[in-house]
Ligand binder design. Structure first.
Ligand code: 5GP
Length: 135
């Protein structure tokens, strides 16, 4: 059955896209830990546990995440981009990329900042531009 993230990658459910290639898709988290918090997914859902992915999908996902992280770092002021893999909520493998000012920015239990839809759209555009320029 298609997950919500499969449907996002297929464009059936709207998202703030930040990067895409044939096999992978990246978009802003709907409830970001910090401005620019991005989710990176394989378009095809094989397993919701990242360490169960086949070798090609696994290495391709991390390679794509690295490109997206570089674009985030260019577009969003931050010290570096942090990485987390949880999968406690959505059963579709995904990597969280979070622009960090402090280590506390990766605390999933903290109160999340309010980011308007307009700001999400602006941030997504800036990351997408940086991603496209790097290609
Ligand atoms: P996890 O599964 O890694 O524990 O958390 C799932 C993440 O996906 C959460 O940070 C949550 O805010 C985000 N999320 C859940 N549903 C949606 C959605 O429909 N759209 C977007 N853009 N993000 C979502």
């Amino acid at each position: 059955m298609a997950t919500i993230f499969t449907r996002i990658a297929q464009g059936e459910i709207p998202s703030y896209k930040v990067a895409e290639n044939e096999d992978y898709y990246a978009f802003l988290d709907i409830n970001p830990l910090a401005k620019g918090h991005t989710l990176v997914i394989p378009k095809k859902m094989e397993d919701d546990y990242i360490f169960h992915l086949d070798e090609k999908t696994y290495t391709g996902l991390w390679a794509f995440a690295r490109e997206v992280a570089a674009a985030i770092r260019e577009a969003v002021p931050c010290k570096r981009v942090g990485v987390a893999v949880l999968g406690m909520e959505v059963p579709h493998t995904h990597i969280h990329l979070v622009p960090l000012q402090t280590e506390g920015d990766l605390d999933f239990r903290k109160k999340r900042p309010e980011v308007s839809a307009e700001e999400q759209a602006q941030i997504a555009r800036a990351i997408l531009n940086a991603y496209e320029k790097r290609k």
